[in-house]
Ligand binder design. Structure first.
Ligand code: NAP
Length: 470
């Protein structure tokens, strides 16, 4: 994998056969309308594939097939140990095809090949294997009823589940949705983001190869505003699991209320605080402060975009982070040496540029970056960017930019650090850096987010919860 050069990956990319048709009832099919949509590489703007542009009629067909598969019991009623083996085999097949899937994800999303080989593909396989292995180990419950009665609390599948995922971690979020939904016996219809359908389409066929019965999993690429909305409003879908923006998440809750009150699970945006005290290991904290924002080009829901630094070390610490930011200058995602690729598309690049302008107008000090770069590539690259002198009321401190832009905010004392951290509509993640264990745990407990790291950023694994508060 990492022993390959940029030339090796480029020649593999040139030979790659890309499947763009929808996956329905165990096989690839065109959209009923025959319509397609191009998917392009964010690294150079070149076309990668024509992808089925599914519409509401494809959704209805997929729901009918998924419902029939569910009611037949072919999957939901399969012995747990057998269902487990299908998911475990699926994880193995993903590992067997790791280079191909990593390459697809790299081309489609613009993620560096070192990330897709080292993080995305292994994480997807691990998630599927972990959920699969749990199938015959999670027991139902017997509540403490009076002696003359017996009650059973059983864990049952919902039925037909729709899953809608974003473009920033297409493979990982697809695995997060499919693994638990399928493990618990549901039939699933996955709608990938329009920009990034390729890895989900590929691994769907591997699920069939692993023994997942036809009709249990469909992958429908198509527009969120029509196909996604139709799934969310569908009266024969029992559950909806979504990762994406807060704006669309709010709409999905409404769609559930307007239709059959389907159970709706939302993983949304963030503006996460990364708090650094003067007594921290500053070298490590500075390196991770850069990782927290620039990894995946800042297109990460849990990105530590608000760097909240104790005033006594602020100038020195910002200098250290600026030095680390140079390790994140963007490059060709096919180059194993690249740490940061392009933004997903021209729209996202413009959003980032607009926020850089807003930061300047708000009076923040631009310490590094601030510009589009590698224009000759035809891709959507932006420099790692750091603003100091940010006040937490500024828009660059309050709004999710979803790009490589860090806002540095000063504080004096733990109380102020916590107040700044909590002064946000978001509550997804964060971290605190201090060598005083009391300070670290007190602050971690007081910051209202779903996941808080201590002397660490982007920790976490399958057994650890991943969700927000607020
Ligand atoms: P998005 O615009 O909300 O899109 C997410 C998905 O929803 C896409 O598949 C999109 O389809 C679909 N969609 C759009 N409008 C819809 C509608 N009216 N009804 C149903 N589905 C609809 O988000 P994004 O820009 O792709 O992703 C970035 C966001 O995801 C950020 O806010 C980020 O923080 C969040 N995120 C959260 C987590 C987490 O775990 N908390 C993880 C990753 C990302 P189209 O692609 O066709 O528009």
């Amino acid at each position: 994998m990492l022993d390959k050069t940029i030339q090796d990956w480029s020649s593999l990319a040139a030979d790659l056969e890309i499947e763009g048709r929808a996956f329905i009832n165990g096989r690839y099919e065109d959209a009923l309308s025959g319509e397609t949509r191009e998917t392009v590489s964010p690294a150079n703007g070149e076309k990668l594939a024509d992808v089925a542009n599914c519409g509401t009629e494809d959704a209805d067909k997929a729901v009918e097939i998924a419902r029939a598969a569910f009611e037949s019991g072919v999957w939901a009623a399969m012995a747990p140990a057998d269902r487990k083996m299908v998911l475990v085999r699926w994880a193995e097949l993903i590992e067997d095809h790791a280079d191909e899937i990593a390459l697809l994800e790299c081309l489609d999303v613009g993620k560096p090949i070192s990330d897709t080989t080292g993080v995305d593909v292994p994480a997807a396989a691990r998630t599927i294997r972990w959920s699969g292995e749990a199938i015959d180990k999670v027991y139902d419950e017997i509540p403490p009823t009076p002696a003359d009665s017996l009650a059973l609390v059983q864990r049952l599948p919902l039925g037909v589940v729709a899953a809608i995922v974003p473009w920033n971690f297409p493979l990982s979020t697809t695995a997060w949705k499919l693994a638990p939904s399928l493990a618990t016996g549901n039939s699933v219809i996955l709608k990938p983001a329009s920009n990034t359908p390729l890895s989900a389409l590929r691994i769907a066929a591997l699920a069939s190869e692993a023994g997942l019965p036809d009709g249990v999993l469909q992958v429908l690429p198509g527009p969120g505003g029509s196909l996604g909305r139709h799934l969310a409003l569908h009266n024969d879908i029992d559950g909806l699991t979504f990762t994406g923006s807060t704006e669309i998440g709010k709409q999905l809750m409404q769609y559930s209320g307007q239709s059959n009150l389907k159970r709706t699970f939302l993983e949304l945006g963030g503006k996460s605080p990364n708090i650094v005290f003067a007594d921290a290991n500053l070298e490590k904290a500075a390196m991770f402060a850069a990782i927290a924002v620039f990894y995946n080009g800042g297109q990460t829901c849990t990105a530590g975009t608000r760097l909240i630094v104790e005033d006594s070390i602020r100038d020195k610490f910002v200098e250290m982070v600026v030095a680390h930011s140079q390790d994140w200058m963007p490059g060709d995602p096919l180059d194993p040496a690249t740490s940061m690729g392009p933004m997903i598309d021209a729209g996202q690049l413009k959003t980032v540029a607009d926020y850089v302008d807003i930061g300047r107008q708000e009076g923040a000090s631009l310490m590094s970056g601030g510009n589009q770069t590698l224009l000759e590539s035809g891709g959507c690259y932006h420099e790692p960017t750091i603003f100091d002198g940010v006040n937490n009321t500024m828009r660059i401190a309050q709004e999710e930019i979803f790009g490589p832009v860090m806002s540095v905010i000063g504080f004096e004392g733990a109380e102020e650090a916590v107040a700044i951290a909590n002064d946000s509509i978001y509550g997804l993640a964060g971290a605190v850096w201090s060598n005083n264990i009391n300070t670290a745990h007190k602050v971690a407990a007081a910051v209202r987010v779903g996941t808080m790291g201590i002397n660490n950023y982007f920790g976490g694994d399958c057994p650890v919860t991943f969700e927000g508060c607020k």
